[in-house]
Design a protein around this ligand. Structure first.
Ligand code: TYD
Length: 225
């Protein structure tokens, strides 16, 4: 199986969802599969992905930014994103690589917007400033009941690490978060696809692969006609 990528622009795929839904595992599985198909793949994450953005990640996830409030946190996530897009994501796409990113702007919409109460207009301005034209071609929303995701995240830490700033929020925060991601998916069905993350790791990986083949091979075939 080969993917046709346009030489001047790769594909930008983001993985979104609440805590413990398996984004990192599924991103790695898809990256391996695409590389087997001969595609140049860049994997990255948010917040982070560049040295400047990783510094902001440390600040944000330690909880030290929390007293500044959700608007300041949204601005800091967006500042990290602006550097990430300009330095890593846009140049990779331009040379034809596929970029797989663990969380992106939908996380700000859901965590700082739906949950933190920052209004949608402000977030849209921040988003436009940070991402410009570099919007995902496909967003894979991994969906799981919040309690299940939190339990998975806790067992992944296995007592070795403390829960981060957002994992520590109340269960109701995480259930609202899930609804916020589902609402984004419903409002942008051409970009977003929800996948049931309660399936086995292999089952989810198969669903993700099928989706990516469907979206991008279908497009390549249509373009060739
Ligand atoms: P991470 O360890 O990457 O968590 P996960 O495995 O759940 O992706 O931590 C990222 C945390 O930052 C996560 O709790 C979601 C949160 N976040 C926001 O609140 N806003 C954002 O814009 C982004 C990108 C992440």
């Amino acid at each position: 199986m080969t993917f046709q990528t346009t030489p001047e622009k790769g594909r930008f795929i983001t993985f979104e969802g609440g805590e413990g839904v398996g984004k990192s595992t599924q991103l790695a599985r898809l990256a391996g599969h695409l590389r087997d198909c001969g595609v140049e793949v860049v994997t990255t994450r948010e917040p982070g992905g560049t040295s400047k953005a990783e510094k902001l990640r440390e600040f944000l996830l330690s909880g030290r930014a929390a007293p500044l409030g959700p608007l300041a946190e949204a601005a800091l996530f967006s500042a990290a994103r602006a550097d990430h897009v300009a330095t890593l994501i846009a140049p990779a796409l331009k040379r034809g690589a596929w970029v797989l990113c663990d969380r992106f702007a939908d996380s700000t919409r859901a965590y700082q917007g739906a949950n933190g109460g920052v209004d949608a207009k402000t977030l849209a301005l921040l988003e436009r400033a940070a991402v410009g034209e570099t919007r995902p071609d496909l967003t894979i929303m991994l969906d799981l009941p919040a309690q299940e995701g939190l339990a998975r995240a806790a067992s992944r830490r296995d007592g070795c690490e403390a829960a981060d700033r957002f994992e520590n929020e109340a269960p109701s925060f995480h259930e609202e978060l899930r609804q916020a991601f589902l609402a984004i998916a419903e409002s942008e069905p051409e970009r977003c696809c929800v996948i049931d993350a309660s399936l086995s790791v292999d089952g989810v990986a198969r669903a993700v692969r099928a989706l990516v083949h469907d979206r991008f091979l279908a497009h390549a075939a249509q373009a060739a006609q």
